[in-house]
Structures are given as structure tokens and as C-alpha cells.
Design a protein around this ligand. Structure first.
Ligand code: AMP
Ligand code: GLY
Length: 423
């Protein structure tokens, strides 16, 4: 079997690493990949922003399964193009990917299907949005409708901040067309949690629980990032809560999107706020999380490929998924300056120290191979060091053994990932 993974971050390294272990896989491609992925896969330079070019490659090479990492190609319709050539793809069609691609679509969809979420209003004219803010007497959250690389959400605890967000999005057009329409919603209070499930359009297989850390610095300080660490299992998502989320949120989402003519084949990632009145959806993502994937996949005992293939082919009925009991913790090592402007090109030393270790896996994110074969930094998030152990505390100790054992100039990472969690 030939498999292609699209993307080149830590999430895609974790996917490629797990797919490589599958017995049925003879050839593995990943585009664009990174220095770590290049050790286990061929990395052809495809333009993922050009769905036609990718679909051509898939057809020419006879790729049996394409696994799409990031959301942008999905929202742009890459799954539709690949399926049109009769090839299997793990990742939803453009119609279903609107759950992430348009916040307006997602909110109206939740209303149509009675899925609990924050109360909201939609505006496509700035004067009306500003007038609404002047009338509102509570903290608000302002969201650009379209994709904004995770930067299009503004929590405004004052009227002034809310007005500024409207100015940035609708008047200065900081995110171009993505901010032409905005959602203004009630600010929810509670603990955040993420939930992942794989669907074939109808059936649902929930993945193990996990949690990420979004802020750049220890104790939740500093700016938001794509994620500075993660752990699994996340025990605050207990059995009862999981059952509730499946019944009231994930089930109605999968049924609702199928009823609207867009069966969802891929992984659905639901961002939740656990409020006093129960879980509410903050957002949908139509892809795996990064760095959540770096703790979920090391805990997967079964072969990943039959699971992804079955979802892609629309029949999960015969798939059985087994998980390891061990916990996993991932610590992200980032470049100096991340998530702001950061340095690139720094040499990374001592990666080979952990080769062959079962309890420490180093996933590459922003890395590239230099002219002399050395590995250098090339992105904001550089490495995801995953530790695996019988408890979260043991997994955490392994993750930090890895993070302190690898070096590059300016590296920074949080010291409090999975700290103080009982298991
Ligand atoms: P989103 O991309 O919509 O998930 O928003 C990014 C982040 O903004 C979330 O992870 C939350 O931390 C926060 N957020 C989004 N919507 C709300 C809300 N209605 N109330 C409180 N926080 C929110
Ligand atoms: N870790 C957050 C995300 O993947 O969006």
C-alpha cells in the first residue's frame, strides 16, 4: 500500500511515524515534510495550496490513501479533488470542512442542530457591530468568520477592546476576507477541553482524552501559541463527561453534517468550554491537533492505517481500536522569539542520543537538513519531545529528560507541562 501524508509539522511527523509502523505500508510519502519525516518517508515538494497538483500526484503515483494534516487544504477542497479521481482520502470534503473554515457556518449549523454553544450575533457591517458592542454590557468574544491561522479570535473584557477588534478585522482588514464577516459571542467561563473522534460519515470512534497548553510561558502566561505541550489521558474528561459530549455534541454534529449532504470522513476535533451549565462548543477543527497528536498516537496500540482507511472508505464497522495503558506527555521546544518573530537556522545537537528509545520519541516540527547533513531549526515550534510511561508523572519525567538532552541556541520550552496532575 502507498500512503501520502500532507503537511510538515509535528502532527504530521507523528502521523508518518505511526503509519510507518503499519505492516501494510510499502511506500510512504509526506509533503512537504521536515528533516525528521525525511528519515522515514519520501518528501516530494508538492504545493499543498494547489489541490490539482496534489490530486495529480496521487493519481500518477497510485497513492492508496492520502492523510491530510492541516485544515487549509481541506477547506480548499483537496479531499474532493482526490476523491473525484477515485482515490481514498482521510479528511473531510470542502462542504464538511466549513465547520472549521467558516465560524458563521459553524454557529448557524449548531443552531440548526441544537448543539450547545455560546449565544452569538453575526455582522457583516462594522457600524452595526460597533452599535451592538455599545449596547452590550458583558465581556464579548469577537471572531473572524474565515481562517486566520488561529489569530482571528479576540476576547474583549472591555468595550474598548471589543471596538478595537472590530477595527482590526472589519476596518483595517488585518485578515483580509476572513474578517469581512464577524461573529460576536458571549464569553463563556469554565475549563477548556478538547475532544477528538474519527468518523466514517456515520459511525464515531472517540480517541483517548488529551489536553494541550496554548500559552507560551509557564503557568498560562504570555501570548497564545499553536500549543506548547500536551498530555494524555486528560482525567478531567471522565467517562460521564465523555458520554455526554458524544451524545449531545459529537453525535448530533456527525448526523447533522451528513443530513446536510456532507458526510464527515476524517477526524473531528471539538474545542469545548466546560461551563456550569455543561459543555459548550467553542470551535470545531476538521483535523488532528498539534501537539495533541504527538501524545495520542504513541498511546495507540492498533495499526493506524486500517482505522484511517476505513474512515476514508466510509465503513468503520469492522475496525477495532486498542489503546495502551501508558500515559504520554509532549513538551514543545520552540525557537527564541516564538510565537512572535523568531530565529531560524540554528543547529540542533544530540538528537541521536534518543534514537531507539521506546519511552522518548522526538517529533520534528520546524526542522530542515542543512548542506552538511546537519539538522537545523526552520520554524517557530521546532521539536515535540514525547515521553511515555506508566503514569503521567513518569511520562513527564521522560519528556523532560528528552527536552533537556537536546540543544539548539535560543530554545525555549515550558517547564510545567502535565505538572501537578494526579493519575
Ligand atoms: P476558537 O478558535 O474559536 O476556539 O477560539 C480560540 C480560543 O479563544 C479558545 O481556545 C478559547 O480559549 C477562546 N474562546 C473562544 N470562544 C470563546 C468564548 N465564547 N468564551 C470564552 N473563550 C472563548
Ligand atoms: N493544539 C491546538 C490545535 O491543534 O489547534
Amino acid at each position: 500500500m502507498k500512503v501520502l501524508v500532507l503537511g510538515g509539522g509535528g502532527r504530521e511527523h507523528a502521523l508518518a511515524w505511526k503509519i510507518r509502523q503499519s505492516r501494510g505500508v510499502e511506500e510512504l510519502f509526506c509533503s512537504p515534510g521536515n528533516a525528521g519525516i525525511a528519515e522515514i518517508a519520501d518528501c516530494p515538494p508538492l504545493a499543498s495550496s494547489d489541490p490539482e497538483a496534489v490530486a495529480d500526484f496521487v493519481a500518477r503515483q497510485g497513492i492508496d490513501l492520502t492523510v491530510v494534516g492541516p485544515e487549509l487544504p481541506l477547506v480548499q477542497g483537496i479531499a474532493d479533488k482526490i476523491m473525484a479521481n477515485g482515490r481514498a482520502v482521510f479528511g473531510p470534503s470542502a462542504g464538511a470542512a466549513r465547520l472549521e473554515g467558516s465560524k458563521v457556518f459553524a454557529k448557524q449549523f449548531m443552531t440548526r442542530h441544537k448543539i450547545p454553544t455560546a449565544a452569538y450575533e453575526i455582522f457583516d457591517r462594522s457600524e452595526q457591530a460597533l452599535a451592538y458592542i455599545d449596547r452590550a454590557d458583558r465581556p464579548l468574544v469577537i471572531k473572524a468568520d474565515g481562517l486566520a491561522a488561529g489569530k482571528g479570535v479576540f476576547i474583549a473584557d472591555t468595550r474598548e477592546k471589543a471596538r478595537e477588534a472590530i477595527q482590526r478585522l472589519m476596518i483595517h482588514k488585518a485578515f483580509g476576507g476572513a474578517g469581512r464577516t464577524v461573529v460576536i459571542e458571549e464569553c463563556l467561563v469554565g475549563r477548556e477541553a478538547s475532544f477528538f473522534a474519527i468518523s466514517d460519515g456515520q459511525r464515531i470512534i472517540p480517541l483517548v482524552t488529551c489536553q494541550d497548553y496554548k500559552r507560551a510561558y509557564d503557568h498560562g502566561r504570555g501570548p497564545n501559541t499553536g500549543g506548547m505541550g500536551s498530555y494524555s489521558p486528560a482525567l478531567h474528561l471522565d467517562r460521564e463527561l465523555t458520554a455526554h459530549v458524544l451524545e449531545k455534541i459529537v453525535g448530533p454534529t456527525i448526523r447533522g453534517i451528513a443530513d446536510e449532504g456532507h458526510p464527515y470522513r476524517g477526524v473531528l476535533y471539538v474545542g469545548l468550554m466546560l461551563t456550569e451549565d455543561g459543555p459548550r462548543v467553542l470551535e470545531y477543527n476538521v483535523r488532528f491537533g498539534d501537539p495533541e497528536t504527538q501524545v495520542i498516537l504513541p498511546r495507540l496500540k492498533s495499526d493506524l492505517v486500517p482505522l484511517l482507511s476505513a474512515a476514508a472508505f466510509g465503513d468503520l464497522s469492522t475496525v477495532r481500536v486498542e489503546w495502551r495503558r501508558e500515559a504520554a506527555v509532549c513538551v514543545i521546544m520552540a525557537s527564541q522569539g516564538y510565537p512572535g518573530h523568531y530565529q531560524k537556522g540554528k543547529k540542533i545537537s544530540d538528537l541521536e542520543r534518543f534514537t531507539g528509545r521506546q519511552d522518548i520519541v522526538i517529533f520534528h516540527a520546524g526542522t530542515r537538513t542543512g548542506p552538511g547533513g546537519e539538522i537545523r531549526t526552520s520554524g517557530g515550534r521546532v521539536l515535540g519531545v514525547t515521553g511515555i510511561g506508566p503514569t503521567l508523572a513518569a511520562a513527564r519525567a521522560r519528556a523532560y529528560e528528552g527536552a533537556t538532552g537536546v540543544t539548539f541556541s535560543g530554545a525555549h520550552y515550558r517547564r510545567d507541562i502535565a505538572a501537578g496532575i494526579d493519575d
